[in-house]
Design a protein around this ligand. Structure first.
Ligand SMILES: Cc1ncc(COP(=O)(O)O)c(C=O)c1O
Length: 447
């Protein structure tokens, strides 16, 4: 292990210097929990297509993809041009503008449930808005979420990370928030039926491919069940498509799986790699935001919403350009095909080297099991009856160091693939894994 770490340290001295400075500025030296990394995170200078380069001149095949925002890869020319053109005309008019209208029309054209849209600045704000709308519309307060499903960091959705966890995910959330939150096991139809039976639930919110972008897979049949169960009990079904939206199909998971939802929340790909989010869905629900010529409605029924950076011109222009490319077709297919090639390549490598582990994917999101005799998917998607166990904590950092050393940057222990990932990047990644497995074995960390 020391040689894996020593190599990482030797290759990343520029990043070390910046990380030392950052520790004097940011808690843990980072601006997002997920970027905290020992001994220090890499500092990236530039990116293009499926690759990025750090301050020490190391090149990586990138599987973080802007935390999932970059289905089209880094710096896709059409998106950059649209953003630059908008930037030249002004970053913020403090007024309505045509670009936001085009962006909203594009969302409605692509998302199956979309009848009206409200833009926010992030996915966190989008899920907060969706749940507030659901509560206002139904007159009910309770929200049901699934164990470990992630919907951003606002107070309404933080919950226990695991069923056996006594504490909420975040200290600092008033305990009263939990009074109106019910957390049910993911994929458990009976538990959801029971939670909805009193007919006091405003909304059920889910990550369509399962908790943490599918690390814990969720059967599409469960989505159908949840959608139906919501309809029968007057509950709104909210698909949180912040990750899956515009990725799994131009219309997201709801299109790919043919599942009906009342509202869906979006961000990431929505804004073409710039900040932005939205809630879209049923007109009668979203018009709870409508300002009417009715004082009583405005003061007692209406949901209010502000936000300085909602639908700013540059995000609107970049987002519209990205969505139009995706709507044209081919981007989803290219990213999915590259992911399938990677998963098959990794599973065949693991077979060849007798590595205990497996890879699997949904659409262009892939995950890894390592360090135990994990089932391999028949093809690409997880189809074993047992839950994948992932990568044990003791292996996570050494695996990531080893892959950094061989030119690959993972998102957690898997990744997001873009339409810019070609055969060359995929084959290079499989070879990087071959080298990393050798390093882990030499360090006595892997059988
Ligand atoms: C499913 C899901 N919902 C909501 C969010 C929050 O989005 P944002 O980071 O834009 O606030 C995320 C972020 O990763 C997410 O994965």
């Amino acid at each position: 292990m020391s040689s894996i770490l020593e190599t990482f340290e030797a290759m990343h001295q520029g990043s070390r210097r910046l990380a030392e400075r950052a520790r004097r500025v940011f808690p843990s030296g980072v601006t997002h929990d997920i970027r905290a990394f020992a001994p220090w995170p890499i500092y990236v200078e530039r990116a293009a297509g499926a690759r990025k380069w750090d301050v020490d001149g190391n090149e990586y095949v990138d599987y973080i993809g802007g935390h999932g925002a970059l289905l089209l890869g880094h710096n896709r020319a059409e998106v950059v041009e649209a953003a630059q053109e908008a930037l030249g005309r002004g970053t913020h008019f403090g007024s309505s503008h045509e670009a936001e209208l085009e962006w909203g029309e594009q969302v409605i054209a692509m998302v199956p449930c979309g009848e009206r849209v409200r833009f926010t600045s992030s996915g966190t704000e989008a899920t907060m808005m969706a749940l507030r709308l659901a509560r206002a519309f139904t007159g009910r307060e309770r929200v049901v979420k699934l164990v470990e499903h992630f919907h951003g960091w606002h107070d309404l959705v933080v919950g226990r990370l695991r069923e056996d966890e006594a504490h909420p995910y975040s200290v600092g959330v008033p305990s009263g928030f939990y009074d109106s939150l019910t957390i049910v096991p993911s994929g458990d139809e009976a538990a959801l039926r029971e939670a909805l039976a009193p007919r006091d639930v405003a909304a059920v919110i889910v990550e369509p491919t399962g908790a943490h972008w599918g690390t814990h897979p969720l059967a599409p049949l469960y989505l159908q069940f949840a959608s139906e169960a919501c309809r029968e009990t007057g509950t709104l079904f909210v698909m949180d498509e912040v990750i899956t939206g515009f990725r799994m199909a131009p219309g997201g998971a709801q299109e790919r799986y043919g599942v009906r939802c009342d509202l869906s929340t979006h961000a990431k790909i929505l804004a073409g790699g710039l900040p932005g989010g939205c809630v879209t869905g049923r007109e009668d629900v979203i018009t709870m935001l409508e300002i009417r010529d009715d004082g009583e409605w405005n003061s007692t029924r209406r949901v209010t919403h502000q936000g300085t950076f909602n639908a700013t011109p540059v995000s609107a222009a970049a987002g519209t350009a990205a969505l139009r490319l995706i709507a044209r077709g081919g981007e989803t297919e290219r990213a999915d095909a590259a992911t399938a090639r990677l998963v098959r390549g990794l599973n065949s490598l693991f077979g060849e080297l007798s590595v205990p582990g497996s890879a699997w994917a949904v659409s262009s999101m892939w995950h890894l099991n390592l360090g135990y005799e994990a089932p391999r998917p028949t093809d690409v998607e997880w189809d074993a009856s047992e839950e994948p166990q992932g990568v044990p904590e003791r292996l996570v950092a050494p695996l990531k160091w080893a892959l950094f050393n061989h030119g690959v940057d993972l998102m957690n222990t898997g990744g997001m693939v873009s339409s810019a990932h070609g055969d060359e990047e995929i084959d290079q990644t499989v070879e990087a894994f071959r080298a990393a497995v050798g390093d882990l074995r030499a360090a006595g960390l892997l059988d």
